[in-house]
Design a protein around this ligand. Structure first.
Ligand code: AMP
Length: 280
């Protein structure tokens, strides 16, 4: 695996590779890599000549400064995992490489996607995500972009960014990898203590329960019951929402046909976990 820290250098390398007919798959991450990230690397490896991973803990997408300073950093282990997963290039920029002094802050028109769920509870978060992804896509210029469905709303936001900016790229949304007990793999799981780690899978259990219980008709009681189970387990719940899987609009009264997705964001002490399940 080749490591690049300078944007211009990786851009030049990849430009040459593309002229020589190589296809490029890209997996942007914030590091503290786990098997969920590596599944995206592996998927890209199967579908492209070159796979690029970026590790950059993007300050502009953290609305909570403490969450940023406490974000786990495990670069040595990450490099080792990427090598083993067959990643070809790692882009590891310093913040000035992404946000040079005097850079212009673009405002993205994300419509109502920015006002609900993660957008509502993390103001400015998706603008930050768009800033960094826009910048990384301009540096890497991949053919395909691999994203995890674990961040369901983020997949939709990035699809919108790509449309807004007319970026010629294929987006591949990959399934969420889970621990054996159902907890979605996440870098933030590293911060859970033993007791919190035991409680954390309740999020997945509640989503499965919603999947079993959902019936045509009003959903308010189902949502409240799910929230209550989370609160009783010790979570502070930002939201438990059942929404249309295509638009993310809240479903109040399910017609029994449109595909719903249940989305949860909840805190265990100062650790915020998110997850979702498409109800097939
Ligand atoms: P992050 O490092 O959290 O920004 O995540 C980088 C990419 O990995 C994003 O596209 C995430 O959606 C994806 N990802 C994170 N966790 C998982 C998981 N458990 N399964 C699959 N993809 C994931």
């Amino acid at each position: 695996m080749i490591l690049f820290k300078i944007a211009g250098e990786i851009t030049a390398f990849l430009r040459k590779a593309k002229i020589n007919g190589q296809t490029v798959g890209f997996v942007p991450t914030m590091g503290a890599l786990h098997q969920g990230h590596l599944s995206l690397i592996e998927q890209s490896g199967k579908e492209n000549n070159l796979t690029v991973c970026s590790i950059f803990v993007n300050p502009t997408q953290f609305n909570n400064p403490e969450d940023f300073t406490k974000y786990p950093i495990t670069i040595e282990e990450d490099i080792d995992k990427l090598e083993k997963a067959g990643c070809d290039l790692l882009f590891l920029p310093d913040p000035e490489e992404i946000y040079p002094p005097g850079h212009k802050k673009f405002i993205y028109d994300l419509g109502f996607l920015e006002t609900l769920l993660e957008g509502k509870y993390r103001p400015g978060h998706f603008q930050g995500v768009c800033q960094v992804v826009d910048c990384l896509l301009a540096i890497v210029v991949p053919d395909s972009l691999y994203l995890g469905q674990k961040d369901y709303q983020q997949c939709m936001v990035i699809a919108r960014l790509v449309t807004l900016k007319n970026i010629p790229i294929r987006i591949i949304n990959c399934p969420t990898l889970r621990e054996r007990d159902g907890l979605a793999m996440s870098s933030r799981n590293l911060r859970l203590n033993k007791e919190q780690r035991m409680v954390a899978p309740v999020i997945y259990q509640v989503m499965l329960w919603v999947q079993q219980q959902i019936k045509k008709g009003p959903l308010a009681d189902l949502k409240s019951a799910g929230r209550l189970t989370l609160m009783n387990a010790g979570f502070k719940v930002d939201y438990l929402e059942i929404a249309d899987a295509g638009t993310l609009e809240s479903i109040e009264n399910w017609n029994g046909k449109d595909t719903p997705v249940v989305l949860i964001a909840a805190w265990l002490n100062d650790i915020r976990l998110i997850d979702n399940l498409v109800l097939q």
